[in-house]
Write a new protein. Structure first.
Length: 160
């Protein structure tokens, strides 16, 4: 079942890079007492994700902070090394937390997977964004297949 507004995020563990080494970050650590702008992409280094999706959030960091967002995070079904390399390539620094959902456990838990087999990508995350406050989904924007509109940074800013 797909997560919906008002639901609490399921507990899951992501991989992140800390001090040059892979480390765990739980949903609870990411969300407890915080307002989170979370967006998901089908894959790191893919065209729309690299040219528009991640850069849009990077460019709007100050706008998100001004609207009370504590953390901006990007999640993808990629390993921690790929997510770290992509973050460096996109120069996100500390502005966007790069969350690796390597096995797709989080994507499955929120019911937002997609079949990317036709592109040689296997099971991936759908493209979406959500505003989460203290672990509870306040806004959820799931893209139609092949679209990039409602998960964009400017769309989410309009909801805050």
């Amino acid at each position: 079942m797909t997560i919906k507004v008002g639901d609490k995020l399921p507990e899951a563990t992501f991989k992140v890079m800390k001090e040059g080494k892979p480390a765990d970050m739980t949903v609870a650590e990411l969300t407890a007492g915080k307002k989170l702008a979370l967006f998901a992409v089908p894959g790191a280094f893919t065209p729309t994700c690299s040219a528009r999706h991640l850069p849009g959030y990077k460019e709007a960091v100050a706008d998100f902070r001004a609207k009370g967002v504590d953390t901006i995070a990007c999640v993808s079904v990629n390993d921690v090394f790929v997510m770290n390399a992509w973050g460096k390539d996109q120069q996100v620094g500390e502005d966007v937390v790069m969350l690796a959902d390597g096995n797709g456990a989080f994507a499955k838990a929120v019911g937002l997977t997609m079949d990317g087999s036709g592109f040689g990508m296997g099971s991936r995350s759908q493209r979406y964004s959500m505003v989460v406050e203290d672990g509870v989904v306040k806004q959820l924007n799931v893209e139609a297949p092949g679209e990039f509109k409602v998960s964009a940074a400017d769309y989410m800013l309009g909801q805050l």
